[in-house]
Design a protein around this ligand. Structure first.
Ligand code: GLN
Length: 310
């Protein structure tokens, strides 16, 4: 089984390397688009192949919970830090990102609620474990993962080449894009209209990378709510942030609208991060995500939390 896991890990890492995801587009991206699309298709094929291999293996392999039980020892064998203790799978998140993670009176894991929290709970429980959440700044998540303070990161986190150097990502579970939130009467209709405007982003989010890559000045806030408040108060003209979260803020605040610009902002994929080399945990998470994508669990959760009042 270890050999199978290694082969699978290799296939997955090949697939991930080939799908060189960029956080956002830029003005010179037009000519690159076709090549990117071809590469993406190829990567998608490889991922499907890897998934097929995994599906076939899963049937012949031992039961899923036996595999989970093996995870600690095998991870230790391969030099990865085994961090799962006492059957508690600890996820790090930054609960400032509705509808994926936010604090609520009755959350699915303690006071934490949202699409990601529901997914985390299911992954743990389906594998005979309990899910726990460690709340921290978004910027600290990957460091905490590398230090072994948490087992995995689930935080609406976009897969980027830079982050892939530090951690391993699961198969993606959600596709998003950056959008612009503006006042209803704003004349901003495309990304280049932001050139002479005051732009707000959230520190460490891919939205910050996008605006920075476009060469525009911006102000970075610690939380999405702070950036949106700045916009509502007329102190900034536009907030660049992930699409589903933007929708939540627009629903919750009068007088705002979303402006999309697919030519300027590429699609992004959210995935769960684990320590580099922790293939046992990654395999477990990948199997769970693939099953939840296939049976509609994730789209049902997305619909439920996008419609829900916080
Ligand atoms: N998807 C964005 C990123 O990965 C924002 C994620 C978040 O704030 N939780 O940077």
């Amino acid at each position: 089984m270890k050999k199978t896991a290694k082969v699978l890990a290799l296939l997955l890492s090949m697939a991930m390397t080939m799908s060189a995801l960029t956080a956002c587009g830029n003005d010179t991206a037009a000519t690159d688009t076709q090549a990117d699309a071809a590469a993406d298709t190829e990567a998608a094929d490889t991922q499907t192949d890897a998934a097929d291999t995994e599906a076939a293996d899963t049937q012949t392999d031992a039961a899923a919970d036996a595999e989970a039980a093996d995870a600690e020892t095998d991870a230790a064998d391969t030099g990865a830090v085994a961090t799962i203790q006492d059957g508690v799978l600890t996820f790090g998140t930054n609960p400032e990102f509705p509808p994926f993670e936010f604090v609520a009176a009755n959350g699915v894991i303690d006071q934490y609620d949202g699409i990601d929290m529901a997914i985390a709970k299911q992954i743990a429980e389906e594998n005979g474990m309990t899910a726990a959440i460690e709340s921290m700044e978004f910027d600290s998540l990957l460091i905490a993962l590398q230090n072994g303070q948490i087992d995995a990161v689930i935080a609406g986190m976009t897969v980027t080449d830079e982050r892939k150097e530090a951690v391993d990502f699961s198969v993606p579970y959600y596709t998003a894009t950056q959008v612009m939130i503006v006042k209803e009467d704003s004349d901003i209709a495309k990304a280049s209209d932001m050139a002479d405007k005051k732009i707000c982003v959230v520190q460490g989010y891919t939205g910050e990378t996008c605006v920075s890559d476009m060469g525009y000045d911006y102000e970075a806030f610690k939380k999405g709510t702070e950036a949106v408040l700045e916009l509502v108060n007329g102190k900034c003209d536009v907030v660049v942030i992930d699409s589903a979260t933007a929708q939540k803020y627009v629903d919750d605040n009068e007088g705002l609208k979303i402006v999309e610009d697919p030519d300027a902002f590429d699609s992004e994929e959210y995935a769960i991060a684990v320590q580099k080399g922790n293939t046992q945990l990654l395999d477990m998470i990948n199997s769970a995500i693939e099953a939840k994508l296939a049976d509609g669990t994730i789209s049902a959760l997305s619909a439920q939390y996008l419609d829900a009042e916080e």
